[in-house]
Structures are given as C-alpha cells and as structure tokens.
Design a protein around this ligand. Structure first.
Ligand SMILES: [Zn+2]
Length: 337
C-alpha cells in the first residue's frame, strides 16, 4: 500500500494577520517541526499546488474570489473584524484549497494512498459562497468535495467537522444537496452561533446535515460517544466514496478559544473511528486543518491524528452509560437517511 500523504506549502506562511491574532503562521511551523522530529510519521510529503480558478468558483462566486485576490494584490485589508488579509493571503488560501483538491485526487486515484492530511492555513470551514468570517477565506473542504463530485466521479462525500466551532460555511454550501453528508460536533453558545440540533438541511438535503452541539466543558466521552453512536452509523448508511475531516483542534483543553476538554489522545480516538469507517465503507479518508491555536497542543494533536489515521489500532467503544444522557436524546432524531 502506498504511503499516507501529507500536503502543505510555504505560501501558507505568507498569510499574515494582526499582531496577537491567534491564527498565525507559527501554527504551521509548530506542526511541521513536530512532524520533522518524528520522521513525518511515514507520510509522503508533497507540496500543494494552488487550486484552479475553476475549482474555487465551483463553490465561491467569481466576484468573491476576485475580491479576495484584489485585496491581497493591493497589500491586504480586512473583510471583517476578525478576518484580515495581507499581500500573501490569496496565495496562501489558494494553496490551502489546492492542497485539499490534490489530496482528494490522490486518494480517489484508486489503489494508491488511503489517508491524507493537509496542514495549511488560513482555515476554511466558515467561508461561504460569497462571504467569509472567522479567519477563513476559501472553504477548502467544500472546494475539494465539489471537485471530487464534479471531476473525480465521487457520488457521495461525507464530511465530519470536529473543530470546536460549527462549520457554518460548509453546512451552508451543501445544505440543499444529498450528495454530501455533513456532520459537526461543536460547542454551543459560541461563534458563529449556528448549528442547532434541529438544523438538518433543506430540500433535497433534508436529513443530510447532522448538527450536534455540546455544552461548554464537554470531554472525550461526550464527543466520541456522539461520533460513535450517531455520526458513524449515519455515515455508514450513507455509503460515502470519500470521507473528509474538517480537523480543528480548538476543542483541546489547552486551547483558549473554547471551553471543551478534549485531550491530545481524544483526536487520535476520533481519527481511529474515521479510519475504521473508511475501511468498512471502502472510502479513503482525508483531513484538512481548520482551527487550533495552542501551539504545543495543536502540534501534538495533529501528530496523534496522523498516527491514528495511518495506523491499524481499532477504536475503543465509549461506555454506553453516556447514552443515557445527551447522545440518547439525539439518537433517532430526524435525519432521513
Ligand atoms: Zn474553530
């Protein structure tokens, strides 16, 4: 079997934010330093190409793509209070989206690598068709999913978003389609305020959005129980051709952006569940970096994820005790798969 694949590009360091901004180039530097110390965990390291304009405008409006480009070309600016651009931002975001596209191309090529990871920035899951927010410019997971569906003969893509924040951009982009099953576990009551339990999609996509908000303080038992008992069974029934993870690390207990209590090992456990899902359904599994701002925790958790994705250890089953509370109240909800 071919080596697992790791994608990044130096252009992702050229997206500069304001001093003190949590979404900073040091995030990628920390991840790559940790990986280099560990021999890249056996992953084949590839340079990410930029996404084609065609791939970007399949998700975003041409006007929006041009606006991001021209603001970068003019030296930068601010789309909103939190989402700032520098001269290198368009290139960074284009390579980040291109990494995700190149990853799915490689994963769907057949007989090659079965897992991949993109360590790129800025993050993408808050970016919508014509707007951005929350540090994101282009929605890399959405662009890669669209590319897989339109150009690579994938018929069904499953996206699991384990970032602390709801992946509102991704959810919105695929809200009305049954070709993408979107599932997200996120802390309730924080930015962006979307992703309520009752938001299950619309029109042809009714039942294909699974939003699982969890309260502040939720730990591995809560997150993994929801993944194991709600997300995974739904995804298995969906029979995806491709599994993507919006891999944010701000639900780590050391991350000050949120109030959840995941450990570094929690991300390994979630990754093992995703790898096992991929094995059962025959779908390759690719992860794309989203948030995660505590550098040591971020780097260690990315390593733990990549190790678990490439490994052969089976996931543990969460004690069914937890099902007496939150997950039990979510089981049998109105996801019409
Ligand atoms: Zn986040």
């Amino acid at each position: 079997m071919a080596s697992p694949l790791f994608f990044s590009h130096p252009a992702c360091l050229e997206h500069e934010t304001t001093p003190g901004h949590p979404e900073r180039p040091a995030r990628i530097t920390a991840i790559e330093r940790a990986l280099a110390e560990r021999g890249w965990l056996g992953y084949e390291v590839r340079q990410a190409p930029p996404a084609s304009r065609e791939a970007l405008v399949a998700v975003h409006s041409a006007e929006y793509v041009d606006a991001v480009r021209s603001m970068s070309d003019c030296g930068g600016g601010a789309f909103d209070q939190e989402t700032v651009l520098s001269a290198g931002s368009y290139r960074a975001a284009a390579h980040a989206a291109g990494a995700a596209c190149a990853m799915v191309e490689a994963l769907l090529a057949g007989g090659a690598a079965r897992v991949g990871f993109c360590a790129t920035r800025p993050p993408g899951h808050h970016a919508r068709t014509e707007t951005t927010s929350g540090f994101c410019l282009f929605n890399h997971v959405a662009v890669a999913s669209r590319h897989a569906l339109d150009s690579l003969e994938a018929r069904r893509v499953f996206i699991f978003d384990w970032d602390l924040h709801h992946g509102d951009g991704t959810n919105d982009i695929f809200r009305t389609t049954d070709a993408v099953l979107f599932a997200s576990i996120h802390q309730s009551g924080v930015f962006p305020g979307t992703g309520a339990l009752h938001d299950a999609g619309a029109r042809a996509g009714e039942g294909y959005s699974i939003n699982l908000p969890v309260p502040k303080g939720s730990d591995e038992d809560a997150w993994v129980s929801l993944l194991e008992h709600i997300v995974i069974p739904a995804a298995e029934e969906f029979h995806p051709d491709l599994v993507l993870i919006s891999a944010g690390y701000d639900a780590h207990r050391e991350d000050e952006q949120g109030g959840c209590e995941l450990e570094t090992s929690s991300f390994a456990e979630m990754a093992r569940h995703m790898r096992a899902l991929g094995e059962r359904t025959g779908a390759p599994v690719g992860a794309v970096l989203e948030g995660g701002y505590a550098l040591d925790a971020l780097a260690a958790s990315v390593c733990a994820t990549m190790e678990a994705l490439a490994g052969d250890q089976s996931p543990n089953s969460v004690a069914p005790d937890f099902l007496t509370s939150r997950a039990a109240s979510y089981v049998g909800h109105h996801w019409n798969l």
